[in-house]
Design a protein around this ligand. Structure first.
Ligand SMILES: [Zn+2]
Ligand SMILES: [Zn+2]
Length: 244
């Protein structure tokens, strides 16, 4: 891998069916989430030497292959709560904690707590010491409590917009109980817009909408509203199709 002038961002999968992201700066490559089958992850990462796999929380669409990745020799980084929920011994991985920064190769990583219906979920701020750029990753949270200066790339969940979700409930496409869960555990377009209004966007070039729900999100509206607010390039990932 040669040194890069910008961080490589590869979205391998991003939805409630499975998540996996490859981030690299030409010196260090890290994977975030292993929520799709190992066989599907490997072709995307095989030419890279992976220095670590960050896992945000225990839900299957993020952590499905944790055991296998450990068995295959990958270094997993996740919270004690996530490990407990996955019944994985603490000693087999790197246990990380909200607001305790650490390094993986040339990346400085700051985990932070997020709001989701699981044990100890985390988001991650990554800073490359090769490119000097910062990337913020947060999904499966209905809000982010913290603001981070100078982020160039945001990878943020945009699960649903309330109008589309309500229409689906009227049509009985989404059960009421699921709506309650979605509201308390996933990022809406409105919450994302209110977060971005407060965020430091002075260095922001790209915003990736991840963990989108194909049925409950009007993608066109989401992209238009976020672009209008941020002047950044907005990309989205729709199920397992490629970035638009
Ligand atoms: Zn999820
Ligand atoms: Zn989840």
């Amino acid at each position: 891998m040669s040194r890069r002038t910008r961080i490589l961002i590869k979205i391998i999968a991003s939805s409630s069916a499975g998540n996996c992201y490859l981030i690299g700066d030409g010196v260090t490559a890290v994977v975030i989430e292993c929520g799709i089958s190992y066989e599907k992850i490997i072709p995307h990462i095989k030419e890279k030497k992976i220095s670590g796999v960050l896992v945000s929380h225990e839900h299957k669409d993020h952590a499905k292959e944790c055991q296998k990745m450990i068995f295959k020799g990958y270094g997993i980084y996740t919270s004690a709560g996530t490990l407990k929920a996955l019944k994985i011994p603490l000693k087999s991985v790197n246990v990380i904690k909200s607001k305790k920064a650490f390094k993986i190769g040339t990346f400085d990583v700051l985990p932070f707590n997020v709001q989701h219906d699981c044990a100890e979920p985390l988001g991650f701020l990554l800073k490359s010491n090769v490119t000097g750029e910062k990337l913020l990753f947060a999904t499966d949270t209905y809000y982010i409590k913290y603001l981070f200066p100078g982020v160039k790339y945001y990878l943020l969940e945009c699960n649903y917009d309330i109008d589309t979700l309500n229409k689906n409930i009227e049509k009985d496409l989404v059960p009421e109980a699921m709506k309650r869960r979605i509201l308390k555990s996933h990022f809406s377009l409105d919450n994302l817009l209110s977060y971005l209004k407060k965020a430091d966007l002075s260095k922001t070039d790209e915003i990736y909408l991840i963990h989108t729900s194909t049925g409950n999100l009007n993608f066109k509206k989401a992209v238009e509203e976020i672009e209008k607010l941020t002047f950044a390039e907005v990309k989205y990932f729709c199920w397992q199709k490629s970035i638009k």
